[in-house]
Design a protein around this ligand. Structure first.
Ligand code: ZN
Length: 571
């Protein structure tokens, strides 16, 4: 499904880019009805419909596959091997080895001995990095290949690379030594400010869970000592078809490609004595905890309230509707925080609210209320965040705020459907990866609009207002301060932060007054003018008109989109 907004956590460098969208035409009408009636029959407990243009299958050995024809970009295909195995599955002697195994995949496999994967790539004009890559995290490891589809045999060969990654890495002794040096140097390099800060916050957030002592980068000690046996044991235990998905999206024939995938991966055996893949969670904690993290390379000061909540169901109609409510709540709270930043002597430079699936473990959502503040403004910023949250909890939002948020939400979906319903292959492959790892729904953009048309008008102020307490209870709560070291500013300590929250919570507040409600941009529309001057500017491909009422109009004819004129007005 479409991720509507760009989200940035101020205290990390984590971003989830909004889906890249472009235009392509297709004829299949299935899944393209945008009326509320077309999705009226779906009960809340039912799974969301799946885009009919994607083939999703499971082989008898348990391997899942996704294949979709997608013309953006042309003559290319995006391939993924996703393994539900990451650092959280390492035993004590294997810390860092999930990542080490990932490196060994490029150092020799059955059909690509030595460095011949690199040779295969360069024969296609491709290279490691832009066209072939891999990443290891706590719960999964992902391999990506981008190959041309207009060279005979290239796709088949690329699938053979994926097949070898899935079960035929050779772990040659010499290669283990070569990669050990590289993995150790990555361990040293990863200790930048963002990573250090993130590790320390996660350390507090995940305290008491397996995740807390399994950062994917591992420990230099175990990486330095690891033998071939520890590496192959991890590979044998966890690289198996029932924990894997293969994804192909691109300028391909769907059925022929699905047949190729079945050919390559049906022979993968499921080990007879495979250990059960354990699931890990993070313990429930009452009350509020604190993480104050300074670093000499951190460049800005941020304060945040983070609550770990039970994850929304990512796959059902009811879960989809819950996320709609979350997005309305978030948009309205963001608008209030934005308004505060416009004031003189604002309590923060920027602030926002968000809720998203927590990456580790995915059993949780993380609700965050965060502010970028001046170095000496932590207490004041936190006070403002708690105060605004309290104001919503006590008085709720206004009907006019909800009406605006609903309108913006509907306009956003209508715009995507009419202007840019199609997406890049990479964005779709990301979506199928999320479906495999976290059960995210796979509706078409038209179906998403239809569900919005069905649900949004009926959402009440009461339902959205209830989210203030639902997002931020005093449970699993962490107050995070991230700041540069050595600014000479003394940061508030835990006791002082707790006192700020207590004082702000006890304040007597006034209800929010929506100054924008019922206002229009102009009291009276200007009188109609005529063109009094035309100035062509061929160097920029534009024509400028000066109107008799004083307005200037800039016209740029394009052929990008038929039957459409985009307007923008600036005063
Ligand atoms: Zn690496």
């Amino acid at each position: 499904m479409i991720v509507a907004r760009l989200r940035v956590l101020f205290f990390t460098v984590l971003t989830t880019a909004a889906a890249a969208l472009t235009l392509v035409s297709a004829q299949a009408p299935a899944g393209r009805d945008t009326s509320a009636e077309s999705v009226a029959a779906y009960a809340l407990s039912q799974p969301m419909p799946v885009d009919p243009d994607v083939t999703v299958g499971t082989l008898p050995n348990g391997l899942r596959y996704y294949v979709r024809a997608n013309g953006r970009p042309a003559h290319r295909a995006e391939l993924r091997l996703v393994v539900k195995a990451g650092s959280v599955l390492e035993d004590d002697e294997q810390r860092g080895l999930a990542h080490f195994v990932e490196h060994m995949e490029f150092e020799g496999t059955r059909h690509f001995p030595g460095r011949s994967i690199v040779e295969f790539l360069s024969s296609l004009g491709l290279g490691i990095g832009p066209d072939a890559n891999a990443a290891t995290s706590y719960d999964d490891t992902q391999y990506t290949l981008r190959v041309p589809t207009d060279l005979p045999g290239a796709l088949d060969r690329a699938l053979l690379v994926l097949e070898d990654w899935a079960h035929a890495a050779t772990f040659d002794e010499g290669a283990v030594e070569r990669e050990r040096a590289i993995v150790l140097s990555e361990w040293r390099m990863q200790l930048g400010a963002g990573e250090r800060t993130q590790n320390r916050i996660r350390g507090v957030q995940l305290e008491g869970s397996r995740y807390a002592d399994r950062p994917p980068i591992g420990t230099p000690d175990t990486i330095g000592k690891a033998h071939r046996e520890q590496l192959t044991r991890f590979y044998r235990d966890w690289y198996r078809p029932d924990l894997m998905a293969v994804i192909v999206v691109g300028d391909v024939d769907r059925d022929a490609t699905a047949a190729l995938v079945r050919q390559h991966f049906s022979s993968l055996g499921r080990p007879a004595e495979a250990p059960q893949r354990p699931a890990f969670d993070v313990p429930e904690r009452a009350g509020t905890r604190f993480a104050i993290v300074t670093d000499k390379e951190t460049t800005s000061t941020a304060v945040a309230i983070s609550d770990l909540r039970p994850a929304r169901n990512q796959g059902t109609v009811g879960g989809y509707r819950d996320i709609m409510l979350d997005q309305l709540f978030e948009a309205m709270l963001d608008a209030r925080l934005d308004e505060l930043t416009q004031r003189e002597n604002a309590p923060f430079l920027r602030a926002d609210a968000q809720r998203r699936l927590f990456p580790t473990p995915r059993t949780k959502d993380e609700a965050v209320l965060q502010a970028l503040v001046p170095n000496d403004g932590v207490a004041r910023g936190l006070d403002a965040l708690v105060t605004e949250l309290q104001r919503v909890a006590q008085f709720g939002f206004t009907a006019s705020e909800l009406a605006r948020a609903k309108q913006a939400m509907m306009l956003g979906y209508e715009r995507v459907v009419t202007e840019s319903p199609d997406r890049e292959s990479e964005s779709r492959a990301d979506e199928y990866t999320r479906n495999f790892l976290q059960g995210e729904a796979l509706p078409t953009i038209w179906q998403e609009l239809a569900f919005h048309r069905r649900f949004v008008p009926a959402i009440t102020l009461e339902q959205v207002n209830a989210l203030a307490r639902e997002w931020f209870p005093e449970q699993n709560r962490l107050v995070i301060v991230s700041a540069p070291d050595g600014t000479g500013v003394v940061l508030p300590d835990e006791t002082q932060l707790a006192a700020v929250i207590e004082r702000a919570s006890a304040k007597r507040l006034d209800a929010y007054v929506d100054a924008a409600a019922g206002q229009s941009l102009m009291d009276a529309p200007p009188s109609r003018g005529t063109i009094v001057k035309t100035t062509p500017r061929p160097e920029a491909g534009i024509i400028e008109w000066t109107l008799s009422n004083g307005a200037t109009v800039v016209l740029k004819p394009t052929t990008l989109m038929q039957d459409q004129i985009l307007f923008r007005a600036v005063a």
